[in-house]
Write a protein that binds this ligand. Structure first.
Ligand SMILES: NC(=O)c1ccc[n+]([C@@H]2O[C@H](COP(=O)([O-])OP(=O)(O)OC[C@H]3O[C@@H](n4cnc5c(N)ncnc54)[C@H](OP(=O)(O)O)[C@@H]3O)[C@@H](O)[C@H]2O)c1
Length: 339
């Protein structure tokens, strides 16, 4: 078996640490890991398997020996360093939004469009936004069967989606301690903030635009109508979404439920009469996207409503990134029948 030298840029952050954990959990064929972060973390020891690895500073020489590089250090770092990494290494998997909408870069959810890794001829592969990943997984088989006309989605996004500083702000507010460098524009404890990332002049936020554009790119339908509202809530980890879909074709509710249940990477968790529906506390630490409250929306001809919850650090970021690397190792022939 071929073993790979794997570098993780942002190895001290929430996503970088989770990538290392998942590489270990999935027994990824690693020869050597190279944890990379900023100068301030130089020498910080990061555990990987039975060893501790010292963090190295991001510079020209940091990843020269790596074959696979994961970036989880924000858009600015990716913009500058991912193309440099791509010159030295075989594949660069980027968690930031920097390259997602680049027409030359694939945007991949391995259960949905794995072939894009190979058809784009780009060494940089973009990992989608966390809210988008969890939405497209159950929607993909429904779109194939009934053709989605319009999606209305409201998100309830955890503070870990804003990185370590998001978790710290919530913890400090709950403990009534002063918050140094708040990451949210208002207190997050006791609040729901309809504000994630910057606003554009049309009133939509950058996070909402990501959901629109990335969903269209992954599902290969540039005309799909999507109306998102993205909200930050005082939950430590796991994003929840209320998703309402209007299909072009009529559907049978039981058949739609069967398609969701059979979707790879999805767990149908839906027995509301017995209080069974996806919750952040149930889904935290899981790789599957959980779907419940599946019901017909009678207000439109072919409407379906559901509640989707996923661990934003796992399937919304690290697990999806590691799965991209696994798919790349398997090669294009494995995905002949997929998109
Ligand atoms: N959190 C999520 O749910 C989520 C989901 C999907 C995608 N993402 C994306 O993943 C990336 C990381 O997010 P996160 O939540 O892990 O953030 P985080 O906890 O704040 O971690 C940021 C990481 O980036 C490193 N970093 C920052 N500036 C750097 C620089 N100039 N040079 C080298 N390293 C630098 C930090 O290193 P130091 O410790 O040395 O500062 C740290 O390791 C972001 O692009 C984010 O948009 C996050």
């Amino acid at each position: 078996m071929t073993l790979y030298d794997v570098a993780v840029v942002g190895a001290t952050g929430l996503v970088g640490r989770k990538i290392l954990q998942i590489l270990e959990e999935r027994n990824f064929p690693v020869d050597r890991v190279i944890p990379i972060a900023s100068a301030k973390s130089l020498g910080t020891m990061i555990p990987f398997k039975e060893h501790q690895r010292a963090v190295v500073e991001l510079n020209e020489t940091a990843f020269v020996h790596a074959e696979i590089v994961f970036f989880a250090a924000g858009g600015e770092v990716s913009r500058k360093w991912a193309p440099i990494a791509a010159r030295h290494c075989d594949i660069v998997i980027d968690n930031s939004s920097e390259f997602r909408m680049d027409p030359h870069v694939p945007l991949v959810v391995p259960e949905v469009n794995p072939r894009a890794i190979f058809t784009y001829k780009s060494k940089i592969v973009a990992n989608p936004n966390c809210s988008t990943i969890q939405m497209v997984l159950p929607l993909k088989p429904l779109h194939d069967a009934y053709r989605i006309k319009r999606i209305v989605v409201s998100t309830y996004q955890a503070v870990s989606g804003a990185g370590q500083r998001g978790l710290t702000q919530l913890a400090h507010e709950l403990a009534r301690q002063p918050v140094d460098r708040p990451v949210f524009p208002h207190p997050i404890a006791s609040n729901a903030l309809p504000h994630i990332a910057v606003f554009y002049s049309d009133g939509y936020s950058k996070e909402e635009y990501k959901m629109i554009e990335e969903t269209r790119k992954i599902l290969g339908d540039p005309a799909m109508k999507i109306a998102p509202t993205c909200v930050r809530v005082p939950v430590a980890n796991c994003h929840s979404e209320s998703v309402n879909i209007e299909f072009e074709k009529p559907f049978d509710l039981r058949a739609a439920r069967d398609l969701i249940a059979a979707a790879p990477g999805v767990a149908l968790y839906d027995d509301p009469g017995n209080n069974v529906y996806p919750l952040a506390t149930v889904v935290d630490g899981k790789d599957e996207v959980y779907v419940g409250r599946v019901r017909r929306d009678e207000s439109v001809p072919n409407g379906l409503a559901m509640w989707i919850v996923a661990d934003n650090l796992r399937k919304g970021a690290a697990t999806n990134a590691v799965q991209i690397a696994e798919a790349w190792i398997k090669g294009p022939d494995t995905f002949k029948v997929a998109r």
